[in-house]
Design a protein around this ligand. Structure first.
Ligand SMILES: Cc1cc2nc3c(=O)[nH]c(=O)nc-3n(C[C@H](O)[C@H](O)[C@H](O)COP(=O)(O)OP(=O)(O)OC[C@H]3O[C@@H](n4cnc5c(N)ncnc54)[C@H](O)[C@@H]3O)c2cc1C
Length: 497
């Protein structure tokens, strides 16, 4: 049962009913996929059981807001709405405004409470990190043991008063391909965190970038955080407890294993901080989902996509084995390690010179942990359009050498290359023709030749990005972005490489 302040607040105020509204507008949004519906379904089933065990109820409704609330209010009059402050996409932003206006007009009190370190109506980034620490260290809200449900909430009469279309909320079951790792129910999410903090996470700092090791060595809590079955505060406090336990356990002797654990826990805690740091950007400027940080970047890349390039990237047929393996694996599993996400985005934005607004929605639909505040700001960061971050143009060959030298990941997801030697797997087009014939994999026939020439594409992107970044700095755009969004812990870094 999620330990959530709105639930505790509503339960303390009197009889309450929990409501989940399946919104068609959200289900049809460009960043939504069936896999997200399945994950929500999983979480709701467990939530329903937890509420019922406490005497409460979960009402699942279907329709647009605030229409659904208006119909519900007519059937089951209520005095207040309790919710978390949500920083999601443009659809939810517009919906929240409509709901607030409706509540005001109807005389219903709206309580919106923070769920993480993101600060609503933030005046300045100065001091933000301290607020984040305070929130993370404050006590977890206890889950109410008993929930008083309004007597009429489950009566046939009240239910029948709702329009039929709002009562149906059919969503499919979990799809098997990613079900094992990516279930979102609260119990599963906390098992995941526990197994990470007690065993899997020991080598986190070293292994987090490897497409082979990261699925096991990373926490994998991102889906639970995105769906809301775990809070950042729960994860942060659990990590602190683990660190405290390690310090006590190893107080008297130096221990390499404990040191390794501590490094990993520090890295993990920083990422929990980043989680909110990035979402704060979208909270402060919702337009970042679809617009550049500064107008100076408008027109940098063509607004009409090069469809051949876009499709090759999406389908994992660019001729760059590690990029292709990542895209094919992501489509099936819904997850990639940070480094591989950054690489596929960088490849699309720099090598293929595609606008992040053409590629970002594809990743959003495929990421089971899609979180708009992190996603869009990362997409922009990996495309060089923030003006304040180091421009990193990942070299896919170097990434393969460093993170998949034995070709385990590439062989798994690009099986047509599996007979090539480890060295040839990095750049199959350099494999001698006779070897290509012997292994039954002719580049250009069985596997695509590189869609762009690496050195040429790299040099083009580097020059263009260097020039525009200079313009952003000279025009004052970069300073404005830093003032509003820059991390006060990291100095402004203008180095290009
Ligand atoms: C282009 C791109 C798009 C991304 N889109 C998303 C997204 O939609 N949703 C999402 O949760 N993450 C996104 N990330 C960040 C990161 O890749 C994932 O958070 C991470 O891989 C999730 O796996 P994990 O839970 O095992 O992470 P861990 O490494 O175990 O980290 C723990 C938690 O810290 C947070 N975190 C980790 N890395 C980052 C980061 N770089 N920035 C912000 N928070 C971070 C996440 O909440 C994560 O669950 C994106 C990264 C890139 C480069």
């Amino acid at each position: 049962m999620p330990t959530i302040a709105p639930l505790a607040g509503a339960a303390a105020a009197g009889p309450m009913v929990a409501v989940y509204v399946h919104e068609p507008e959200q289900q049809q949004a460009a960043d939504r996929d069936l896999r997200h519906e399945c994950l929500v379904r999983d979480a709701l089933d467990e939530l329903r059981r937890s509420l019922q065990a406490r005497g409460g109820h979960l009402l699942e409704l279907h329709g647009a807001l605030p229409d659904v609330f208006a119909a519900l209010h007519a059937a089951l009059p209520f005095a207040a709405l309790w919710a978390h402050e949500e920083t999601w996409n443009a659809v939810s932003y517009a919906r929240d405004r409509r709901v607030r206006a409706w509540a005001k007009q109807t005389g219903i009190t709206m309580h919106e409470l923070p769920s993480n370190g993101v600060v609503r109506r933030l005046a300045s980034r100065n001091g933000w990190a301290d607020t984040w620490q305070q929130r993370m260290r404050s006590p977890i809200v206890p889950t109410p043991d008993q929930i008083l449900a309004p007597a009429e909430s489950v009566s046939d009469e009240a239910w029948q008063a709702l329009p039929v279309a709002m009562r149906t909320a059919a969503t499919p079951g979990i799809a098997p391909a990613w079900a094992d790792w990516q279930r979102t129910g609260e119990a599963r999410a906390h098992d995941m965190l526990h197994s990470f903090l007690s065993a899997r996470g020991r080598d986190y700092r070293r292994a987090m970038s490897s497409p082979n090791e990261a699925p096991e060595s990373c926490s994998r809590i991102s889906v639970a955080l995105a769906v809301g079955t775990m809070s950042i505060r729960q994860a942060y406090q659990a990590a602190r407890r683990r660190a405290r336990g390690l310090r006590e356990e190893h107080a008297t002797r130096r221990d390499a294993e404990a040191a390794q654990w501590m490094h990993s826990l520090v890295s993990f805690a920083s990422r929990l901080h980043w989680h909110c740091h990035f979402i704060q950007k979208l909270e402060d400027e919702p337009r970042l989902e679809s617009m550049h940080y500064a107008p100076i970047f408008d027109g940098l890349r063509p607004s009409e996509p090069d469809l051949e390039r876009l499709q090759a990237w999406r389908d994992g047929r660019t001729g760059y084995p590690l990029v292709d393996a990542c895209m094919r694996s992501l489509r099936v599993t819904g997850w990639l390690t940070f480094r591989m996400r950054a690489m596929v985005m960088s490849f699309a934005s720099y090598h293929l010179w595609l606008d992040w607004r053409q590629t970002g929605p594809i990743l959003a639909r495929w990421f089971t942990d899609y979180e708009p505040g992190i996603h869009w700001t990362q997409c922009q960061m990996q495309s060089g359009t923030t003006g304040i971050n180091t421009i990193r143009i990942y070299n896919p060959y170097k990434q393969a050498e460093e993170h998949d030298a034995a070709g385990v990941f590439v062989r798994r997801w690009v099986p047509e290359l599996s007979a090539l030697s480890d060295a040839d797997l990095i750049r199959p087009e350099h494999t001698p023709l006779m070897m290509q014939q012997m292994t039954g994999c002719l580049v250009g026939r069985d596997y695509p030749a590189p869609i762009v020439h690496h050195e040429t594409a790299y040099a083009f992107a580097r020059d263009r990005m260097h020039a525009i970044k200079l313009m952003a700095q000279q025009s004052g755009s970069a300073a404005r972005v830093y003032e509003q969004h820059g991390s006060r812990r990291t100095p402004l870094n203008s180095r290009t490489r």
